[in-house]
Ligand binder design. Structure first.
Ligand code: NAP
Length: 429
């Protein structure tokens, strides 16, 4: 029991009448686009509350962009902008925030900041998926800080939960919808919108880049899964092999395939510990419309964790968008270092020996009925249901439970440039 004037565990300490003197933190920002621009706005909007609650005053001392002459809606003076990474680092920042994307100059900035014991906060999943272990090692050796909450799940603070709120070895599987662009497009297709119209709408709303290839191919989600698996299982991200199959070349057919079973398609990323080791994949799943995965709509993301002690945990929220992503970047700047993942060399991708259900579709051809029995025998799979004469000119096979390797063998035997195969994993419908 606490005394009458004490503070009980779980209660906030009373806010002092006079706020303490604020410490100035010098911020160098690399990138002032959708995310970086929103971060500048948030820093300006939240100036008073940051001083009151964190006793911190953020001063943006330099901003790195490609084109410093571009007109921008920011309160910062034009002379703070530069196109020279060396000038950014010469501004004596306490923290470098990277919201540019891509490999370079992001990697050099990170190395140079961390090698001199500085703090580096980034939203760049490609950078962390490829170089996270090296950068964490640099931070550890030189007393620097590396934070990258915004790199996975947009505005969902899942990395902090994995890093700080669960015991080591507490997680046995990570699963989720990690690409807001693909989810937005699949949901629009479900609603009867054409792919071209859905993509135009996604671009207009800022949910899709000019080229959505990284999203639709599953490569973006695979990078995010590598980062999640690093934090969940200690596996070095660049060494995690992710079996990646997106919804290309024909997202609309994936959507129609799922509808033929009464389900919807979701691009699902999963890293699960099996008896043979961890297995990581990004692939289309057919799921029931009202299920946890099926209910994730538009650009939203979902990450669910299977834990040893707490059962299933899930966090859902906006997986893209400048404001949510900037808000978790700002939280990383304010909250400082969390625990960095421990580097592990003991991670080797296991072959997935689980027997799963699959739906395969291929444009119908006159020779298909004749070829199919031999091809099925060769791939050693059996159909549970076979529909050769779909009204949309597509033949569909629902396979009996089989391994991914066999389902993929069948897909490659049936696939050609003129008749590409779509293969989805079928969840309990
Ligand atoms: N947008 C989202 O919803 C979202 C969500 C989660 C994570 N992220 C991640 O956040 C990062 C930024 O994304 P964004 O959507 O804000 O990108 P963006 O709108 O394209 O902005 C990129 C910014 O970086 C600058 N830049 C790019 N390459 C540069 C180079 N070589 N040298 C100097 N400056 C360079 C650009 O300068 P100019 O302005 O002069 O062109 C621009 O200001 C990426 O890693 C992305 O994956 C984005």
């Amino acid at each position: 029991m606490s005394g009458a004037t004490g503070t009980r565990v779980g209660e906030f300490a009373p806010v002092p009448a006079a706020a303490p003197a604020a410490r100035t933190v010098r911020v160098a920002l690399a990138g002032c686009g959708v995310v970086g621009g929103n971060l500048l706005r948030l820093i300006a909007d939240q100036r008073t509350s940051m001083q009151r609650e964190h006793a911190v005053r953020l001063e943006v001392v330099r901003v790195l962009v490609r084109d410093p002459a571009k007109a921008r809606a920011t309160p910062l003076l034009a002379e703070r902008f530069t196109a020279d990474p060396a000038e950014l680092l010469a501004s004596a920042p306490d923290v470098v925030v990277e919201a540019m994307g891509g490999a370079e100059p992001a990697l050099s900035l990170a190395r140079r900041t961390l090698a001199r014991g500085g703090a580096f906060v980034t939203a760049n999943k490609q950078l962390i998926a490829a170089h996270g272990a090296e950068l964490a090692g640099l931070a550890r050796r030189h007393g620097g800080r590396l934070d990258f909450e915004a790199a996975v799940g947009g505005g969902i603070p899942i990395l902090r939960v994995l890093r700080d709120s669960l015991p080591p070895d507490g997680v046995t599987a990570v699963r989720g919808i990690l690409n807001g662009t693909t989810n937005f497009l699949l949901c629009a297709l479900e609603g009867g919108v054409t792919f071209a119209d859905a993509l135009a709408e996604a671009r207009r709303l800022g949910f899709a880049e000019a080229d959505p290839g990284r999203d639709l191919s599953g490569r973006d989600a695979a990078d995010k899964l590598r980062i999640l698996a690093w934090l969940a299982f200690g596996a070095e991200p660049a060494r995690i092999s992710v079996h990646t199959r997106g919804v290309l070349p024909d997202p609309a057919r994936y959507s129609a395939d799922a509808a033929a079973l009464g389900g919807v398609t979701r691009l699902v990323a999963e890293c699960a510990l099996t008896t043979r080791g961890p297995v990581a994949s990004v692939e289309p799943w057919v799921v029931a419309p009202g299920s946890e995965l099926g209910a994730v709509s538009r650009e939203r993301n979902l990450v669910s964790l299977t834990t040893r002690e707490s059962g299933d945990l899930a966090l859902a929220g906006p997986g893209a968008g400048g404001a949510p992503t900037a808000s978790v970047l700002l939280a990383d700047v304010l909250h400082g270092a969390g625990r960095l993942p421990v580097r592990s060399d003991a991670f080797a991708a296991a072959v997935d020996a689980r027997e799963l259900k699959w739906l395969l579709s291929v444009p119908r051809s006159p020779s298909l009925p004749r070829l199919l029995p031999a091809v099925l025998r060769r791939a050693r799979v059996a159909p549970e249901r076979l529909e050769l004469d779909g009204a949309d000119g597509v033949a569909r096979l629902l396979l009996r439970p089989t391994t991914r390797a066999r389902a993929e063998a069948l897909a490659s035997l049936l696939s050609s440039d003129e008749a590409p195969v779509c293969l989805s994993r079928v969840a309990n419908l």
